[in-house]
Structures are given as C-alpha cells and as structure tokens.
Design a protein around this ligand. Sequence first.
Ligand code: PGA
Length: 249
Amino acid sequence: MKKIVIGNWKMNPSTLKEAKSLANNIEHGIRGISKVDVVLAPPFPFLRDVGMVAKKSKLGAQNTFYDTDGAYTGEVSVAQLKSIGVKYVIIGHSERRALGETNEMIHDKLQLTLKAGLHAVLCVGERERNHGEAFPPIIREEIHAGLHGIKKSLLKNMIVAYEPIWAIGTGKPATPKNIFEISILIRRELFRMLGRKIALDVPILYGGSVNDKNATEFISEGRMDGLLVGGASLNHRVFSKIIDSIARL
Ligand code: PGA
C-alpha cells in the first residue's frame, strides 16, 4: 500500500499569497517523490488556488457538510468540494468534535463523501493518555457510529486516522509501540464490522505531534499506513523532509 501523508493546515496561513507560496514550496520539495501520496488540506478559501499549484500532491478539505444542498449559511457541500478538485476530506477531527460536531453528523458526512467517490479520512482518538486500558472505548464508539450502515461497496475509499487528542499540538506524540497496538485494535474492530477483505484494505494513519525527527518511526516501528500532520505541515522544509524520509524507507 502506498503511504499517505496529509498536511492539515487548519486555519493557516493568514493570506492567499502565503498559502500559494507554501503549496509551491512543498511541490518543489517533493518533486522527485512518487512513492508517497501527498495531500494538502488548506482552509476552504485557498482550496482552488492551492489546487492549481498542486501537481504532485492532491487536494484535501478539512471538513464538509452533512447535507447535500439547501439553506445552510456558511456550510460547504461535498459536491462543491468535488467540483474544484478536492479528492480527500478530513472528517470528525477532534477540533471539530470539540466545536459540537456529533457522531451522527460525522456519519452523514462520511456517507456523502464516500458516495461522491472521494476519500474520507475519519479521525478517531481518546482524550486522555491512558496507560492501563488497551483500547479506549471512545475509539470503538467513534468507529461504529461513523461507519454503521454505510454500504460496504463505498468503503474502498475509507481511511482511518488515529489521532489521540492528548498528542495533538502538544509536542508529545504517542509511541510507535502504542500506536501499533491501537492500530491492531482499530483493524480488529473494522474486521468485526466490515469483514476481513475490507478491513485489511483500510489505511490507518497516525496524527499528533508528527515532525521530521519522529515521522519514520511511526511508519517503520508503528507500522502505520501514513501520517496526518498538523503544525509541521506549515513549514515546507519540514513537511517535505517528512515525505522524503518516508519515501526512503
Ligand atoms: P499536530 O496536529 O501535528 O500539530 O499535532 C495533528 C492534527 O491535528 O491533525
């Protein structure tokens, strides 16, 4: 499976000019790399311009809405994203859940994204670092609530990102051993829900304080299928280095 690295820019940078320059520099930094699927997920207003710059990388959105059209001030639909070239949608990021996004909304967003033929990245993860309990119940709950009832034929574009909330933006990532164990439990849960064939094909990514020093260990020791990178994706040198180091594994 080709490794996937997603740069989640969150609400950065401040201007279109900076966004285009960041995307350009990343494109330049990864020009020789073909072994990694790179996704750039800028804020909505920058999607189209970043998409025009992005040749090697693919375009990702940080969110979408849970209905197809209608009177929803300020929301953005899957069809709108698709029409400007978005290929990946991050869904249920903990920062969105913290703003009130429910499992039910996340389920509908996933369903619409997958139905449109886009890749859906479902984010799951526990709030507190827990040394005793092997599989935090919240992860099982988020997976079940997110995926229940979605047609199996749609799940080929499904991606799960394990993002422990305590590791996001803290500089304190989970250990490779820790994420390896959790990823096995996530896959076992997918296996139970969806059957072996589908479960084995779902890429599982890790996100939370990934940088150019620790990126490879999540892939080699943690056996992840890719990474979801926040802060470190805003520095083109660091982000390109992460991708390059993974391509060399
Ligand atoms: P971080 O964020 O890399 O800055 O910890 C990861 C994320 O929120 O996806």
